[in-house]
Design a binder for this molecule. Structure first.
Ligand code: KDG
Length: 314
């Protein structure tokens, strides 16, 4: 049987990750990585056995070439990434363990970037309808009006849709606008990935059962609810599954959610049981948390199994 095909659209970014924890003003060394939520999702879905394509724009600059060459090397189909001659590739910095230990803060330099110039002309409806799953995030809905229109165009033609709400408040003019736009997109979503903070913005509630109730009236059949150190709860066709978080050192949690979404959606599409997909996805997220960089430690399915075996009974 051929591998399921997933499609995503969003802004790939260059990440400059602080080598040392603490406030960025005192950091002298940064490590460069390729990142961006939707690019991370594509890499994770390839690692877990799907084919993945990213629709995006990057600048005609060294960082743009870096992103395209890296993603191609990771097995992502980059044929729909446009080199935009007008604007540069976006970058962001990661401040780690400050002011909250075990958390990271993202500092963006991306306004007017090539990635934010994504627009409906980049989305070919016949292409979208040829994929098994379209994955969208709240980030692409936030970065510009044209990127938002591109997402809504893709939504019209997608067979099945997954969405990670990924509300980055720094990117939205207001919580109200985030709420209104993301709830509009939710009308097409079958697999929803979210967390208590985003649920509070969207539905005014933050407990799993309350979110399930709030979702009545939307087409969501699968809810992946990330609760950080408390683990993940999954509701799938009316059944509830739970996976605790694994105890592992935290270097930088950035990107862990994307590894989780990509791994879960890939295994789910491939017909594995919801619990197996959930466990493997939490294993992938744990490995990403334990290093700097969003994509380097995303495991293969086989390595996720080795991880789970090592943790069994601990
Ligand atoms: O989920 C990780 C992403 O947040 C990170 O790679 C940067 O895409 C990014 C964003 O917009 O925050």
């Amino acid at each position: 049987m051929s591998s399921p095909k997933v499609l995503s659209l969003g802004e790939p970014l260059i990440q400059l990750n602080a080598i040392n924890p603490g406030p960025l003003r005192h950091v002298t060394l940064f490590e460069k990585h390729v990142a961006g939520s939707e690019a991370n999702f594509c890499v994770a879905s390839v690692r877990f056995g799907c084919e993945a394509t990213l629709i995006a724009r990057v600048g005609v600059d060294e960082f743009g070439h870096n992103i395209v060459e890296w993603l191609r090397g990771k097995g992502v189909d980059v044929s729909r990434i446009v080199f935009d001659p007008i604007a540069p590739t976006g970058v962001y910095f990661v401040q780690r363990h400050y002011p909250v230990p075990y958390k990271s803060e993202l500092v963006y330099y991306r306004k007017g970037s090539a990635g934010s110039r994504l627009n409906p002309d980049d989305v070919d409806e016949r292409v979208v309808s040829g994929y098994d799953l379209l994955h969208i995030t709240g980030i692409t809905l936030a970065i510009s009006e044209s990127a938002r229109l591109a997402v809504f165009k893709a939504l019209k033609h997608a067979k099945r849709v997954s969405m990670d709400t990924n509300i980055r408040l720094k990117l939205w003019p207001s919580k109200e606008e985030a709420r209104e736009v993301i709830l509009r997109a939710l009308e097409r979503v079958e697999i929803l990935i979210t967390d208590p903070d985003d649920a509070a913005v969207l539905f005014g509630v933050s407990k799993f059962e309350e979110v399930l109730t709030a979702l009545k009236g939307y087409p969501v059949r699968t809810l992946v609810f990330k609760r950080g150190t408390k683990g993940v709860v999954l509701s799938c066709d009316g059944k509830v599954y739970e996976q605790r978080a694994f105890d592992a050192p935290v270097e930088d949690p950035t990107g862990a959610g994307d590894a989780l979404s990509g791994a879960f959606c890939a295994l789910y599409l491939r017909g594995f049981s919801p619990l197996y997909a959930l466990k493997s996805a939490v294993a992938a997220a744990t490995l990403v948390v334990s290093v700097r960089g969003d994509q380097e430690a995303i495991p293969s399915q086989e390595d996720a199994e080795r991880f789970l075996k090592a943790f069994e009974g601990r």
